[in-house]
Ligand binder design. Sequence first.
Ligand code: HEC
Length: 456
Amino acid sequence: MSALENRIPIFVLLSLALCAGVWADAPVSWFKDVNPIFKRSCNGCHNPNKLKGEVDTSTYTGLLKPGKHGPNFVAGQSDKSLLCLQVAGKEPEMPKEGDALSADEVALIARWIQQGAIDDTPTNAYSTRITESPVYSTPPVISAMSFSPDGHYLAISGYHETFLFDATNLTLVSRLLGEAPRIEGLAFSPDSKVLAVAAGAPARFGEVQLWDVASASEVHAWKLGSDSLFGISWSPDGTRLAFGGVDKSVRVIAAADGHEVLKFDNHSDWVFRTAWMADGKRLLSGSRDRAMKLIDAGSGQFIDDINKLLEPILSMARHPREEWAVYGGTEGGLRIYKAKENQERTDANNDVNQVRSFERQPGAVHAVAFSPDGTLLVAGGAGPEVRIYRTADGARTATLTGHTGAVFAVAFSPNGDRVFTGGFDGLVRMYDPATGHMNGIFTPIRLIPPPEVVGN
Ligand code: HEC
């Protein structure tokens, strides 16, 4: 025994022994054998969004990056690999919480490293692609809804897909089946020809899809980051797309080839919404960190927080004519702000950009939209009612009832004569904004009834 090993406590020696055992020949697979152990016992603390000890055990690529104290493994030498040493022994260091790995599991990890720590991850291993559109027995939750600016189309989120409707006769034109299961944001290009979709698979990847509306074909699908993306919006000239994400960033990419134009990392929580100012030079973001931030879309420089930080922001919309933006928050707040620098802020008045605060909503406000001429504002969320207000004086002009669950999406038709709502119950409701009268209700997709249960 070397002098060094003499000074190593006994439990370390034990784990050394376990990690340097006798090697059975049967090959051990990273993907089939080792990855599932980490998935169950380790990835909760060691993933790209929660990097305890700077270690990511969730993918082979993640493991290749050294942790705080060096490489996770040395191929061919499990007795020199932290990954094995940390889980072996009588009182293993890892997992930090929960049950220790079984002797068999430790042996699998040791043998995998000993055999060369080979990556046998299949190329489509983390794909969530499905080959056919889903069959639904209950309507999928509606998280996003958007009209094309020319008024011809209405896009509604589904599961793994977006439903494209003819907005005049409300018939389903096509089902845009993509890879990501969760559709979080929908926006038509200013010329109405392309539909942008912000989506993702929680804790796996984010995705931006671009669909050619006329042919209903996917022109691009870019995977970005390791979690869902939200709140996608087009620059007024139709060349760039902005969106937020679980990773707290705001990104701008080029619509032509997807290259990243800028990444803004000034938020400290999920970014749910983005909106471009009419000049195309400034961009607004709304986040769970309670701030609406104004960003220079050219340089990516932070310009200012435009609001007083009152509550996490869930929804946001830019006024079509004024340099204003409205937000809806978790506490039921609904407020309009001037979307500009906030320099006159004083101790006495630290919310100088606020234009109007509306009556408190009956629950968290998940969706807001201005009417096309900006005179009305619609807000919906956790409360049972969706409400319409006059922008000019904040008076409530209509109350839309009939919802049986939270509302996540609201949209005015481009000519302003209809308001659509959608949410948890998966039903699209159509209202007259002047009277609040509901004049239509439908599921975006025909439902297949579940098989009848026979017998007792
Ligand atoms: C409950 C949270 C948690 C779980 C579960 C967990 N770890 Fe850790 N792990 C940590 C923390 C915290 C650190 C950082 C310790 C430090 O820096 O001293 C860490 C550090 C590590 C390190 C680096 C050790 C070093 O000395 O640098 C490795 C390797 C590791 N963990 C492997 C694993 C493996 C393998 C599993 C699953 C069997 C696992 N961890 C499960 C919290 C966890």
